[in-house]
Unconditional design. Structure first.
Length: 78
């Protein structure tokens, strides 16, 4: 269990690459600094692509967790 709640959730389940990443980037751009954004995705590639992008963009990866048939990726905007 995490000690935070997401400020917003991006549900990209069923969307193929690069959809989930583009959805997340769009939401991060409009989020306030410090906001936690949760990405829900069935695209396995997101579990590596999102952390790589976050490192380059300077945002914080909080958690990557598999939940049933999808992944939940939590990000804090810097």
């Amino acid at each position: 269990m995490n000690d935070y709640e997401p400020d917003m959730t991006v549900d990209s389940r069923g969307s193929g690459c690069p959809g989930p990443m583009m959805d997340l980037i769009g939401k991060i751009k409009t989020a306030d600094p410090g906001a936690v954004v949760r990405l829900l995705t069935t695209e396995r590639g997101s579990t590596t692509d999102v952390p790589e992008w976050l490192e380059k963009a300077g945002h914080e990866l909080l958690d990557v967790e598999q939940v049933d048939d999808y992944w939940q990726i939590d990000v804090r905007k810097s």
